[in-house]
Design a protein around this ligand. Sequence first.
Ligand SMILES: O=C(O)CC[C@@H]1NC(=O)NC1=O
Ligand SMILES: [Fe+3]
Length: 404
Amino acid sequence: ELLACDRVWINLTPATMSDGYDLLAPHALGVKAGRIHALIPMSELSGPFPESWQDMKGRLATPGLIDCHSHLIYAGSRAAEFEQRLQGVPYAEIARQGGGILSTVRATRAASEDQLFTLALDRLKSLLREGVTTVEIKSGYGLTLEDELKMLRVARRLGRALPVRVRTTLLAAHAVPPEFDADGWVDLICDQLIPIAAAEGLADAVDVFCEGIAFNLAQCERVFAAARAHGLPVKGHMEQLSNLGGSALAARYRALSVDHLEHLDAAGITALAESGTVAVLLPGAFYFLRDTNLPPVQALREAGVPIAVASDINPGTSPLVSLRLAMNMACTLFRLTPEEALCGVTRHGATALGAAGLGQLKVGMEADFLVWSCAHPAELAYQVGVDQLVARVVKGQETLGGLA
Ligand SMILES: O=C(O)CC[C@@H]1NC(=O)NC1=O
Ligand SMILES: [Fe+3]
């Protein structure tokens, strides 16, 4: 089996993530045509081994990390309003002064595709260096037909430029642009933007911000129905600041995921358990907003709802460009275990993107895996800011060299 492989790594200690860590004894891992072709215990092999088989000396191996929720592409900065907020200026006042999402919208509309690409590239490289091999990137700062499509094109271009899988999400229902009222903007999303994005293959999913300051249940349902009509799966920013019943609506549309969930209730949890929708926790926004209303983690566990963790990188509520920091916060703030946090950025992160072949070390899965210098997988959520990657393999190709 191993002799048939394009490339072989030996003496790996795999955390397969197929059921919790599922930490195995040392194995050999063989890759063929970008997929895991063999995963064999070293105890079943006897040397001498071919020179080309790379000896990883017993080091920990995990699936590539999956950041299933980011707003990585944007121009401008919200640092000034961060400073104002810390000085006690209320959100409403900042919004009245033109701050908030719409200030990022103005800067993103004014930026060219090239400028947005260059700005996002550095953020994306930071994620890749800490082990992210798949990232979801949303639109949502253009808020015109052309600028939303521009953002999705930049996302697709990022996936071609770097050794990473990019999943794109149309989040035009992120905020109401100044030129429309909410219903008028939802009309354009449903009648023009979703059809074009689907026809041009620019969007892998459609997302909404279901909130009092954004779009109501009826408007979100119109967007979901239009997405379904064009064969696109849906997801939603749900129950972040209040409970409009967004998660139950998303479950009715068999959404891939619902995200944030600080105000999720029992009815929503029951609906998610029935639909198989993933609960994506975004501790970066909770932390940065100094929120105190915790998502119902224990109730989600008891209902068997899969829990994922993501960065929610965005300039307003989570300017924290690190998935491992999000893992650490999911443990320290939301009391996930390190094992749940790692599952949340591998197997469950893959499910939140509908990416069946990703997120586990198993024969037949995509050959996206990482080799670490740390001894135990719990360290990945425990420690932040230390470069511990020894190898980063995407589609069976070693990629760390290209990220220097
Ligand atoms: O403030 C921003 O720029 C985005 C806020 C961000 N978007 C969303 O739907 N929820 C959030 O916290
Ligand atoms: Fe978000």
